[in-house]
Design a protein around this ligand. Structure first.
Ligand SMILES: [Cu+2]
Length: 507
């Protein structure tokens, strides 16, 4: 009877299945729809500039990003190469590899309302069956999402980044974030799944929450496109949620932030009135932010004696209504650490000693000093002899006072699995404006910001900090330090000068 069933299976159902598989024999798939219910027309082309602009009737963009889940290697400050489980960039690669020119990735080649790896440009060619965007991302077609399965494997294998690729979006956006699991080539015995979890993020659907036992997980050779709206500005982070102590220690964690819709106000618009009434965007269209915003989490500031208005092109950390979170330049600062023994064991087929996990490399944006101030991409040669970008993001903070910059926003998040760390400055006070993606403001609307020279964060926490160098005592040519006062964290393993430190340079 079993034989009959097998025969029947072979002749009817299974042949049908095989037929279907042969037509579409792969499970990698990048989704980036051209239109959605929230953005029925996606973007329009501004006739004046020929550049894409938001559809005035539908604020925000459809944005898409593609990351690989796999493995790779990173280079520590003492030259040691360590093994990673990690996420790599499968979109924005041209900008990733060609960045340089003296600035942080956010303010340099990735400048603009979106990172190069998050593309929101209109699709110029015919819409393909899978709906993946490919044309005209910020860095040209070489920044497009890779969606050909063979290329995904060729590029994505061993392409892990430390930390994971940065994600930056704006309020009112829709983000389609595709994760493709390319497998871990150094660990063929493992068949690890990966997921994406937006930590601390207002996310309505557990389906896209990445907690594997309450949702879905992505197996090797599979893709999954996570969908997020962006209702609430702030600094968050994202990570894989499979065996979190292991996959986070091994590198599967990075920063995520959302910029406020207040950035898009037209010049001259009253910031406070824009929170209560309607606001007018740069295209002259009116919106009601709190009607659209399911959270509208910032209390109104007190009515000032005279209106605070939007200065042309001003940028803010939050929808503050009083301009107090304005900044000129922003830097992601990701505090993290690696335990080289754990990574070595993770590469060599041995049981991992979770309780013995102890970081020996203390890092900002995946780098120990002096690599933190190295402005170019750090690449690491893997066992196949090919060098790939491993730590693309510097942690150098520059404030170009000569050209009018005065306030730097540091988006500080702690991605560590094991340790609390303190970050301190000497000479430039830090003004803490937000804690865990919430403005420090009481219910009466009073700002509870405070000045300090040190902040202490544990894993999973974030703070937004402003450095203000407008005072005359700050002059171009000065250099200050942002460093940890946990003095054992100022090392690159056995090398006694490095670790969690970077420079603040006034230009
Ligand atoms: Cu994972």
């Amino acid at each position: 009877m079993a034989r009959n069933q097998l025969l029947r299976c072979v002749t009817v159902a299974c042949l049908g299945l095989l037929g279907a598989l042969s037509v579409n024999a792969q499970s990698f798939r990048v989704q980036c729809p051209q239109t959605t219910k929230l953005h029925p027309t996606r973007q329009v082309i501004d006739p004046a500039t020929g550049l894409p602009a938001p559809d005035p009737a539908h604020p925000g963009f459809i944005k898409c990003q593609h990351v690989s889940g796999g493995d790779g290697f990173a280079t520590m400050g003492d030259g040691q190469q360590i093994y990673l489980f990690g996420f790599g960039a499968l979109s924005g690669r041209a900008s990733l590899e060609n960045q340089g020119g003296g600035d942080n990735v956010v303010n340099g080649p990735y400048a603009g309302t979106e990172l190069a790896s998050v593309f929101d440009q209109p699709y110029a060619g015919p819409i393909t069956a899978d709906g993946a965007a490919s044309a005209n991302p910020p860095g040209g077609s070489a920044d497009a999402a890779i969606r050909d399965p063979a290329t995904m494997m060729n590029i994505g294998v061993m392409a892990a980044n430390a930390p994971a690729p940065l994600i930056a979006i704006d309020e009112d956006d829709e983000l389609f974030l595709t994760l493709s699991n390319v497998g871990m080539i150094m660990r063929p015995d493992l068949f690890e799944q990966h997921t994406i979890h937006f930590h601390g993020y207002p996310n309505a659907s557990s389906y896209f929450d990445g907690v594997p036992d309450a949702s879905v997980a992505i197996a090797i050779a599979g893709s999954f496109t996570y969908y997020y709206t962006a209702p609430d500005a702030g600094t968050y982070f994202w990570h894989c949620h499979i065996t979190p102590p292991e996959h986070l220690q091994m590198g599967m964690v990075g920063q995520l932030f959302v910029r406020p819709r207040q950035d898009r106000l037209a010049p001259g618009v009253d910031l406070r009135a824009a929170l209560v009434n309607t606001y007018t965007d740069a295209n002259g269209h009116n919106y009601d932010p709190c009607m659209r915003d399911i959270l509208c989490s910032s209390p109104l500031p007190p009515q000032p004696a005279s209106a605070v208005t939007q200065a042309a092109g001003a940028k803010y950390a939050y929808d503050d209504g009083d301009g107090s979170t304005e900044y000129d330049v922003e830097y992601p600062i990701q505090m993290m650490g690696f335990d080289p023994s754990f990574h070595f064991i993770g590469m060599t087929f041995n049981p991992e000693p979770f309780a013995d996990m102890k970081d020996k490399y203390f890092l900002l944006n995946g780098r120990g000093y002096p690599d933190t101030v190295n402005q170019s991409v750090i690449s690491t040669e893997a066992v196949d002899g090919i060098s790939r970008p491993s730590q693309p993001l510097p942690a150098l903070i520059t404030i170009d006072k000569t050209n009018g910059q005065k306030r730097a926003l540091l988006r500080v998040s702690d991605l560590s699995v094991t340790e609390y760390s303190t970050l301190a400055t000497v000479g430039v006070p830090m003004t803490v404006i937000a804690d865990n993606a919430r403005m420090l403001r009481d219910e009466a609307g009073n700002n509870m910001y405070y000045d300090t020279n040190s902040i202490t964060l544990g894993g999973g926490e974030s703070m937004d900090v402003i450095l203000d160098v407008s005072d005359a005592r700050y002059q171009p040519g000065q250099t200050f330090f942002l460093y940890t006062t946990n003095l054992d964290h100022l090392s690159n393993d056995a090398e006694n000068f490095g670790g969690m430190m970077t420079e603040i340079r006034i230009l």
